[in-house]
Design a binder for this molecule. Structure first.
Ligand code: NAP
Ligand code: G4F
Length: 328
């Protein structure tokens, strides 16, 4: 039975990846950091089928011990401070988690077992002020936030450990991917949740920042399949994973409100509080390498994604009432 260690298992992608690997017969070890209260909402349904272990990307000794004790065949490094606005207010901490955390884990692998296959969660945020449209593996990086800069470091240290020590280390340059499990602070979920609340009479507006920003939005379960495929190849490499379509935040609002029969312009309020010190205006990926080598293709369209998210929030709110906190 192959064994995989997932850092960031309590996050959106970690929870989908764990389910995906369990379905393929993997033993799954999920690393969580110590908190005073647990945050297992996304993994509760299959928690009894995985092993939860404590570790922290800030603490290299914990990573070495984990690898020594559990001896995984594959390590998926999904843990990060992943919210771009927080990276502007906590740039040093973001660098510790999202940049240096990658080195701590790679070096733990180098010390414990160089045969471990490693996946690094790189990001389209690395392209930032884009130097080419669409963006591909060879497009130069120009990050626009401390988060983007930290991910560039994480990307290059992954390449460096592959080239220096022969590690099977891959970097997946994933464009935005969303789902009903997306954190409430990210724009897609903020919109789908607000649409459901407005439709149910629980709210009467949603305050957003830059409606002109364009993203290449895909469906998270499709993207975790790409992560796994990267580690099943004969050679380690880096891949862009994207749908190839780009849409604005405004379009996301239109489709989401349309889906419940409401006019978005009556409910969306632009609030400069949500503007960023530097913005990424346009992202659209060229995933032709992933298609050619991994035979990967997205299965969910933009319109379907928006409807999946709105429907899930409507159902959850109808079942549980208004228990979800409103967040910025
Ligand atoms: P997410 O929902 O924010 O999950 C982040 C995970 O990292 C959580 O499980 C969090 O644990 C954990 N974590 C944070 N700091 C940690 C630390 N010091 N030690 C151990 N664990 C820590 O993110 P996601 O959307 O699933 O994304 C997964 C990865 O892909 C991230 O690296 C993100 O930057 C990257 N990425 C995401 C996208 C996207 O569109 N979703 C696109 C490209 C790249 P807690 O539960 O304790 O907070
Ligand atoms: O949903 P977002 O916060 O995602 P962002 O910044 O693109 O980052 C996400 O995708 C990256 C991949 O490219 C990941 F690496 C990263 O970890 C994260 O998962 O914002 C999307 C866009 C931005 O341009 C933002 O300015 O939406 C715009 N926006 C407009 N109003 C808003 C809001 N974003 C948020 N979060 N909240 C708003 O009210």
């Amino acid at each position: 039975m192959p064994k995989a260690l997932i850092t960031g298992i309590t996050g959106q992608d970690g929870s989908y990846l764990a389910e995906f690997l369990l379905d393929r017969g993997y033993e799954v070890i999920g690393m969580v950091r110590r908190t005073s209260t647990t945050n297992f909402d996304r993994i509760r349904e299959f928690q009894d089928r995985i092993t939860i272990v404590q570790g922290d990307l800030l603490d290299q000794v914990s990573l070495i011990h984990l690898l020594q004790e559990h001896r995984p065949n594959e390590v998926y490094n999904l843990a990060a401070q992943s919210f771009v606005p927080t990276s502007f207010t906590q740039p040093v901490l973001t660098g510790e988690f999202t940049a240096l955390g990658v080195t701590r884990l790679l070096d733990a692998i180098r010390i414990v077992d160089r045969n471990i296959r490693f996946y690094q969660a790189s990001s389209s945020e690395m392209f930032g002020k884009v130097q080419e449209v669409p963006q591909r593996e060879t497009t130069p990086f120009y990050p626009r936030s401390p988060y983007g800069a930290a991910k560039v470091y994480g990307h290059w240290i992954t390449v460096n450990y592959r080239e220096s020590y022969g590690l099977f280390a891959c970097s997946g340059i994933l464009f935005n991917h969303e789902s009903p499990r997306r954190g409430l602070e990210f724009v897609t979920r903020k919109i789908s949740h607000a649409v459901a609340r407005i439709k149910l009479g629980m709210a009467n507006e949603v305050r957003l920042g830059n409606l002109d920003a364009r993203r290449d939005w895909g469906y998270a379960p499709d993207y975790v399949r790409a992560m796994w495929l990267m580690l099943q190849q004969d050679h380690p490499d880096d891949y862009v994973v994207a749908t190839g379509e780009t849409h604005s935040v405004r379009e996301f609002c239109q489709v989401a409100f349309d889906h419940v029969g409401l006019d978005w312009e009556k409910y969306v309020v632009v609030d400069p509080k949500f503007y960023r010190p530097a913005e990424v205006d346009l992202l659209v990926g060229d995933a032709s390498k992933a298609s050619r080598v991994l035979h990967w293709k997205p299965t969910v369209t933009f319109q379907q994604l928006v409807r999946i998210m709105v429907d899930a929030d409507l159902t959850a709110l109808q079942q549980t009432g208004n228990h979800t906190p409103q967040v910025g």
